[in-house]
Write a protein that binds this ligand. Structure first.
Ligand code: HSE
Length: 441
């Protein structure tokens, strides 16, 4: 083992870094690298220096402690510069990030990225390019901000037969739902706050409609199951249709509402392995650990045959926590450059995807109905005709305001959606306003 004193006396090795993008995460990263420079050098022997930063607008004030000459608008010149050893990409979007990263990897430079959208769409191409060049492509910050989840899935759990992963992996929507539920703040007001605090994406529909969590769960499923899952394979629903009323009813029944992401692998009746990945809002029992994950915090539960259940919890969004994850990868990749080898992901096959209509869960339904004798009997009969069993029912309001709130036992989606079709054709049902999945204890 290396003793503390030999670490301290280690010869320092200079690693020159090019940074592509300098928004929230990029600026926090420069700050962190500057603050920690001496400490990292002392502990690892790595002398990390930022040689160049690519930005869109040279005139923007970034309060970054580096000379003006470091900044350029020419990203390709940084990637092609033979003096630069390592590229950090925090610019976001697919192009030109994809081309720049491919070029860097082909030139034998290691790359650290936080770009979930890119990895969820073109991960396999990039992982192969890194493998072919024998360099690192590291992306801890792409999933769940500051929480270390990528490295545990790639390394610590590499031998674990993982069956299911479930969690809250979008900070913005979790922040919005927490504010709506705990403080009665409206959806739009809570979204505005999330934008001001720097959690939300530039296009907030990417968070609100579940695309962000969809990209992250595609990356998680790829790592956990060793097959190529892209964002196109993920079914996603967002939270824009959740009302304060739904949250109130759910609370009264002992639940909160969370935007969940789930990935699973199982063997179907023909003996073939299938993978599922989805994002959806669900009722979570107030006693469940996910119910305690509030604000912009994220949590990921990993379930494996051997290890049982693991929970990873922490800040899932925001500049400094995300920069912390990027920084860890930079130190790892820089150390590997010094030792001249990379940490790789092997070739990926395409999985069989689970048919969504065969998935099962309990459901919450909120129906606007006529308030007359016999209505409940007609409605209950429809559930029974489709093989959907009712766990609980409450009437809310009276007369023209009457609503029936149901929670079902676990049912196949196929049966639940044919129940909803039949309910919509009943004259006593004015509308089926909300349908949400419920998570068991
Ligand atoms: N907009 C993302 C979120 C940031 O809210 O979780 C981290 O990817």
């Amino acid at each position: 083992p290396v003793s503390r004193s030999s670490v301290v006396s280690m010869k320092s090795s200079s690693i020159r870094i090019g940074l592509l993008g300098c928004g929230n995460v990029g600026a926090a990263l420069v700050q962190l690298l500057t603050e920690q420079h001496e400490s990292v050098k002392r502990r690892t022997g790595l002398d990390l220096s930022i040689e160049a930063i690519a930005v869109k607008d040279l005139d923007k004030d970034r309060s970054i402690p580096l000379p003006d000459e470091v900044f350029t608008t020419d990203s390709a010149s940084i990637v092609n510069n033979p003096e630069i050893d390592l590229i950090i990409e925090v610019m976001g979007n697919i192009e030109p990030a994809r081309e720049l990263i491919l070029q860097a990897l082909n030139l034998g430079k290691s790359v650290v990225t936080a770009n979930k959208e890119l990895l969820a769409a073109h991960g396999a191409e990039l992982y192969s390019a890194a493998e072919n060049s024998g360099v690192d492509l590291l992306f801890e910050a792409a999933v769940a901000g500051g929480i270390p989840i990528v490295r545990p899935l790639r390394e610590s759990l590499a031998g674990e037969p993982i069956t299911q992963i479930r969690g809250i992996i979008n900070g913005t929507t979790n922040f919005i739902l927490s504010r709506m539920s705990q403080d009665g703040v409206s959806f739009n007001e809570a979204l505005k706050e999330a934008q001001e605090l720097g959690f939300a994406e530039l296009d907030s529909t990417y968070d609100v409609e579940g695309y962000d969590a969809g990209a992250k769960v595609a990356i998680i499923a790829t790592l956990a199951f060793g097959v190529e899952v892209t964002s196109q394979d993920v079914q996603h629903e967002g939270i824009s249709k959740i009302t304060v009323e739904d949250i109130k009813f759910a609370n009264r029944l002992g639940y909160c509402i969370k935007l969940l992401a789930a990935a699973e692998q199982k063997v179907n009746e023909n003996g073939n392995s299938e993978v599922g990945a989805r994002v959806y809002p669900a009722l979570v029992p107030l006693s469940h650990p996910l119910a305690a994950v509030n604000g912009s915090f994220n949590a990921v539960f990993v379930e494996g045959d051997a290890v049982g259940e693991l929970m990873f919890y922490g800040p899932g969004a925001g500049g400094r926590p995300t920069a912390s994850a990027v920084f860890g990868d930079v130190i790892d990749a820089a150390g590997n450059l010094q030792r001249s080898h990379g940490a790789l992901i092997g070739a990926l096959d395409k999985p069989n995807m689970i048919s969504p209509e065969n998935l099962e869960s309990p459901f919450y339904l909120n129906l606007k109905v006529e308030d007359q004798p016999g209505v409940l009997a007609q409605v209950a009969e429809v559930f029974g005709n489709h093989g959907v069993s009712i766990q609980s029912m409450e009437q809310e309001g009276m007369g023209s305001e009457a609503r029936l709130i149901f929670i079902t036992h676990s049912s196949r989606e196929k049966d639940l959606f044919s129940t909803i079709n039949s309910l919509n054709s009943l004259s006593v049902v004015s509308s089926v306003d909300s349908v949400l999945r419920v998570i068991g204890d």
